[in-house]
Design a binder for this molecule. Structure first.
Ligand code: 26W
Length: 823
């Protein structure tokens, strides 16, 4: 885009004066961040309005991506890069006496998501805009995002993430588009305008939903799409009468209660929260979004809904917005006079569902009484959906009562949201090939027999604009120097790098880039956590949510094992290694928190033991989040992807490692399988039981961890160290529980549910293989460069094109640049 430095500086001056009554000299770094962002917003707004006009003028089919989470991270760098003014702004800031980095660091992460599912939604929005597709996000404007993690005495302690403390320069409040969402009340039947029965709710609690729009700027295009996040409030929440009676708390009670709906993101990334407030959040943003979509349709097309499905498609990100199915029925029938069949046709032609997990405990089920109490009319409709569905099922499988019971949406006092999703959506997809196969053949086999045409796979991807171009400028310019630009919007072009993998000079250059990135990370950790790490050691990194199935504990057990060997075997001299962890544990997930404490305890011991100095270090990166991830991936040598096979739906961190030139050390799980397929087996290190083997052991109930313990004295020692006081008495209770979970089983659970001990030996071998490979520097460079070259498949651009082709059926809309201007 056209950029004039002088005009820009004038803008900054005006902003600082207007917003802060300050001149350039008086501005703090944060004032500066805010002023720069506001000025950049001005550029964006022009394109944003042009995009909207283009969509409206052309009357195009639009995609709405409904998601309880959008893990956006920071926006400034991303927006500057997408507008291609990153360097120019950097220069302006230098002239004013700032570094770009210090201004960038002022921006808080928009941490409105837990992990993979939320970050995927963010990558998808980036790809949609960059590919010129009309696709928008709908979610919740949480006042507090993912909690801030502090490590105190080795323990995780959670603090609120007050990311809106300063204003958010990227959002635009749209009070003019506010809608009402009703809770509770009593459904009352009435005669509708067409003579049919409609329902009105009496005595409801009315919540105001106000949208805030955030621009999603496409790369090297004029397209700017929209992320619309809803805030909850109460119109008549303040009771002046009570206030006058000095009942100050009660005077604002209603207001507080309403605002609580969009107060905070639930920090669990699986497992039941079962909380009424969470269901309230889900219904709140889903209903508001649907009302908004219906209103827009009526503005553009009038109140004949025949073309609704032609112009509208919605993707439901997991079950969190699946209440959209009965809610859209309600809006069409009760508020727009459609009959059941017409409404059902529309619902089942516009909604599609993505499943993100196989873990039974993460499949959402709501108790009927909570659901019915909060949204009684929606529940009535749900009952009718289920009644009609069961009729269909009985006709198809007469007499097969067990099947009817298994598949009933409502049963045993609960509502099964995944079942509802499959009945009401025209598409059901998993997020990696293995995951989709397991859904089809195991978890959802009843359903794929009933609706085979609905099931499909869409392997996840990540946006290379954030995870390579922006996060790794050194590697980016290396790539552009070698193969030219174009890979930013067509990642398959990286294939051309294969031409260089036998050129020693290029390999050395590539190694040098990695080394510099490692130096940068070391400096960052020194500054933020006062930890020294050696850039000449292997940076072996596991960064993801803390969960038993992801097996951070396996990683730790191996480190303990390694430590013992380094101390006891004088002739054992492997390549120096730095093991880096980053992970948040759900606040109520006790065992996950114990594992964090264990990592920190081990790190403390090892890092202070002179006997292993220079050979082994362990780092726990505090408060892992998107902006920290952007520093870690570029500096990584080894990507730890060690989940129990069959448990990780896809993983997307694995892809970010690959495009930044790390080797995958992983199990055959999720998208790891496809990563190895692309990279070549010789360019990854794979170990452990396969999903099929695990399934067999699971079913036979024949697993006995003791066999593995007895066969491996080194493992025996490590396990004993968890309970014999080696790592301190104070936390020994916690570690004892970890020990028991592996060896005996706790609370009636089988021992070692995630097969750490069965895979331990193979994992040790895999690490030895890594050391061997790493020692051959050019050999390593070749393998990691091949990983980069073959990462094309893992762009979210590819994923989005597949969704468009198979599910969304969108057409590209090119927003023209104004006459005479190129960009
Ligand atoms: C209880 C509510 C709930 C249920 C499930 C919250 C969160 C979840 C998921 C497990 C969230 C999630 O992040 N799933 C991840 O989605 C990624 C994107 O598809 C995948 O790459 C990860 O493998 C999967 O764990």
């Amino acid at each position: 885009m056209e950029f004039d430095k002088k005009i820009f500086v004038d803008w900054l001056r005006t902003r600082l004066k207007r917003n802060y009554s300050k001149d350039l000299k008086e501005a703090t770094r944060h004032d500066m961040f805010d002023a720069v962002s506001a000025a950049v917003m001005d550029y964006i707004q022009t394109n944003w309005m042009a995009t909207r006009k283009e969509y409206e003028g052309k009357n195009v089919r639009q995609l709405y991506y409904l998601s309880a989470e959008f893990l956006m991270g920071r926006a400034l760098g991303n927006n500057l890069i997408n507008l291609e003014i990153r360097e120019a702004i950097g220069e302006v800031l230098e002239e004013l006496g700032y570094t770009y980095t210090e201004i960038e660091e002022e921006e808080p992460d928009a941490g409105l998501g837990n992990g993979g599912l939320g970050r995927l939604a963010a990558c998808f929005l980036d790809s949609l805009a960059s590919l010129d597709y009309p696709g928008h996000g709908y979610g919740i404007r949480y006042q507090y995002g993912m909690f801030e993690q502090h490590i105190e005495n080795g323990y995780q302690v959670e603090y609120p993430d007050n990311w809106l403390k300063h204003r958010d320069p990227w959002e635009v409040k749209r009070s003019d588009l506010a809608v009402k969402v009703s809770f509770g009340g009593t459904p009352v039947a009435e005669k509708g305008p067409n003579g049919n029965m409609v329902f009105r709710l009496e005595n409801v609690e009315e919540i105001t939903a106000t949208p805030y729009d955030i621009p999603i700027v496409g790369f090297n295009t004029r397209t700017v799409n929209r992320l619309r996040l809803w805030e909850a409030s109460s119109e008549d929440g303040f009771d002046l009468q009570l206030f006058n009676d000095m009942e100050y708390m009660r005077a604002v009670e209603r207001q507080n209660k309403a605002e609580n709906i969009s107060r905070v993101l639930y920090p669990n990334d699986s497992g039941p929260s079962g909380k009424a407030l969470r269901l309230k959040q889900q219904y709140f943003f889903t209903s508001a979004s649907l009302q908004d979509i219906v209103n827009k349709y009526k503005r553009d097309h009038g109140s004949n809904f025949d073309d609704f499905a032609k112009y509208t498609v919605m993707q439901l990100n997991d079950t969190h917005p699946v209440v959209a199915i009965p809610e859209l029925m309600r809006l069409l029938m009760d508020e727009n006079g459609l009959g059941w069949d017409a409404a059902w046709d529309i619902v089942t032609q516009t909604l599609a569902y993505t499943n993100h997990t196989l873990l039974a405990e993460a499949l959402e089920r709501w108790p009927i009484d909570i659901f019915e109490g909060l949204i009684p009319r929606v529940y009535q409709i749900l009952e009718e959906i289920n009644r009609r569905f069961l009729t269909e099922l009985r006709n198809k499988f007469p007499g097969d009562w067990q099947r009817h019971n298994r598949m009933s949406i409502i049963g045993k006092g609960m509502i099964n949201m995944a079942w509802l999703a499959i009945v009401g959506c025209f598409s059901v997809n998993g997020v990696a090939a293995l995951h989709s196969e397991l859904l089809k053949n195991n978890e959802l086999v009843d359903w794929s027999e009933l609706y085979p045409e609905k099931f499909n796979n869409k392997t996840n991807g990540v946006t290379q604009r954030r995870w390579l171009l922006s996060a790794n400028p050194r590697l980016s310019s290396f790539i552009t120097k070698k193969i030219g630009s174009g890979w930013e919007t067509d990642l398959f072009r990286l294939k051309k790098l294969e031409a260089f993998v036998d050129d020693p000079a290029v390999l050395d250059e590539f190694l040098e880039i990695k080394h510099k990135n490692k130096v940068d990370l070391a400096a960052y950790l020194k500054e933020t956590q006062d930890i020294f790490i050696d850039p000449d050691s292997i940076f072996d990194i596991q960064i993801k949510r803390l969960h038993e199935y992801k097996r951070q504990l396996l990683n730790v057990l191996h480190i303990m094992y390694l430590y013992n060997r380094l101390i006891s075997e004088s002739d054992y001299n492997p390549v120096p290694r730095t093991f880096i962890f980053g992970a948040k544990a759900a606040s109520g997930y006790r065992r996950a928190k114990s594992i964090i404490k264990l990592i920190n305890t081990i790190a403390d011991r090892i890092n202070n033991d002179h006997r292993v100095r220079g050979r082994l270090r362990v780092v726990f990166v505090e408060n892992y989040r998107v902006s920290v991830a952007e520093k870690l991936f570029p500096a990584s040598d080894v990507s730890e992807q060690i989940s129990t096979a069959g448990k990780e739906a896809s993983g997307t961190g694995n892809m970010k490692f690959m495009i930044n030139g790390a080797i995958t050390l992983g199990t055959l799980d999720g998208a790891n399988i496809e990563i190895v397929e692309e990279a070549g087996e010789e360019n990854a290190v794979i170990f452990g039981l396969t999903a099929e083997e695990i399934r067999k052991i699971d079913m036979s109930h024949s697993y006995n961890p003791q066999e593995y313990i007895s066969a491996n004295p080194g493992l025996q020692v490590v396990l004993n160290q968890l309970i014999d006081g080696t790592y301190g008495a104070e936390s020994s209770g916690l570690f004892h529980e970890l020990y028991d979970s592996l060896v005996h089983g706790v609370d009636g659970q089988r021992p070692d549910v995630y097969y750490l001990l069965a895979d331990f030996d193979a994992y040790v071998q895999a690490h030895e293989k890594i050391c061997e490979l790493y020692a051959d520097r050019r050999g390593w460079a070749k393998k990691t460069l091949l990983n980069v070259a073959r990462s094309g498949k893992f762009s979210s651009d590819r994923t989005i094109e597949e969704y468009v082709r198979d599910i969304w059926k969108l057409e590209k809309v090119h927003v023209p640049f104004p006459e005479g201007k190129k960009k």
